[in-house]
Design a protein around this ligand. Sequence first.
Ligand SMILES: NC(=O)c1ccc[n+]([C@@H]2O[C@H](COP(=O)([O-])OP(=O)(O)OC[C@H]3O[C@@H](n4cnc5c(N)ncnc54)[C@H](O)[C@@H]3O)[C@@H](O)[C@H]2O)c1
Ligand SMILES: O=P(O)(O)OC[C@H](O)CO
Length: 326
Amino acid sequence: MSVLGVLGGGAWGTALAQVLASGGHYVRLWVREPEVIQAINGTHENPLFLPGRTLSDRIEAVGDITWVAEAAAVLVVTPAQHMRSVLADLPRHGQPLILCSKGIEAGSLKFLHEVAREAVDGSPVAVLSGPTFAHEVAAGLPTAVTLAAEDAALAHRLAATIAQPTLRPYVSTDVVGAEVGGAVKNVLAIACGVVEGAGLGQNARAAVIARGFAEMTRFGLARGARAETLSGLSGLGDLVLTCSSTSSRNFSLGVGLGQGRPAEDLLADRRTVAEGAHTAPVLAQAAAAAGVDMPVTEAVCQLLAGADVGRVVEALLTRPLREEGF
Ligand SMILES: NC(=O)c1ccc[n+]([C@@H]2O[C@H](COP(=O)([O-])OP(=O)(O)OC[C@H]3O[C@@H](n4cnc5c(N)ncnc54)[C@H](O)[C@@H]3O)[C@@H](O)[C@H]2O)c1
Ligand SMILES: O=P(O)(O)OC[C@H](O)CO
């Protein structure tokens, strides 16, 4: 068994640490919040981000990022917009990085694997993504993910390292495809939450999932993703999960928007991240730059900016008719 590093002691970093430690790995978990470090090392719990789960004593929380640098591999689980600054402090040992966050960097419009390559020159980069509610993974419930790296041998090696009886990675070399699915589904989950919050019905939710998947596919193909990745775990799989459950922070944010509550109120004071709120405007810019039409994403941007739900829905439904397809 190896010593593995995890950057980020939120729900997902903690859940990944837990499933890896339960399989026998020793995990060094870099955590920003001193009170979380104290709780993990003292009472084996993370009440702030993953309440109600007793954690393995093979997890050691550390506040000094240099302590995770020499791990056999480092899982990067920071919010997308903080990945570059966190990685800037990671000493370079050529250790493989497995990116587990979902988003696109604001400003640069870069995918996270591009951010990581720039921030940690010389480290091989992989992406882990898929339908993975943290509390279920931490509870040992069966979960399957995509693990993508351009170097197929690296992807297979990392998959063998992280695979557990309850965590089954499927290997891919389509890094862009794995990233597109995770980033776009968060925005579409907000849209599905709006449908729920505004009481628009289950037909409307299915329509948003199907047409949202069409727009995910359009964008992904334009950016070099492969269709089979987009219709796999990290794309359609995660879209279906996140668009169907209030366990999703993005879906829940959408429910609030659909009920007419302002985004700034819904986002104020929260310690947890709803990545779709950050990704939506960045994705809209990236889509415009690629010449891709993403009407559901545009609608989410308008709702986050305070537009009236009824007007946004009416505008979506009365666009010129078109053929079905991507
Ligand atoms: N929670 C899940 O079920 C889940 C599953 C798959 C992927 N993800 C992705 O994992 C990433 C992390 O999400 P999470 O759910 O673990 O987080 P979380 O919402 O549980 O916790 C917030 C995290 O943000 C960190 N943070 C806040 N401000 C920061 C800063 N300035 N610099 C660095 N870090 C800061 C906190 O330390 C904490 O780790 C996101 O991209 C998310 O989309 C989450
Ligand atoms: O709670 P959400 O909306 O951030 O979704 C969590 C995971 O990304 C689901 O795969």
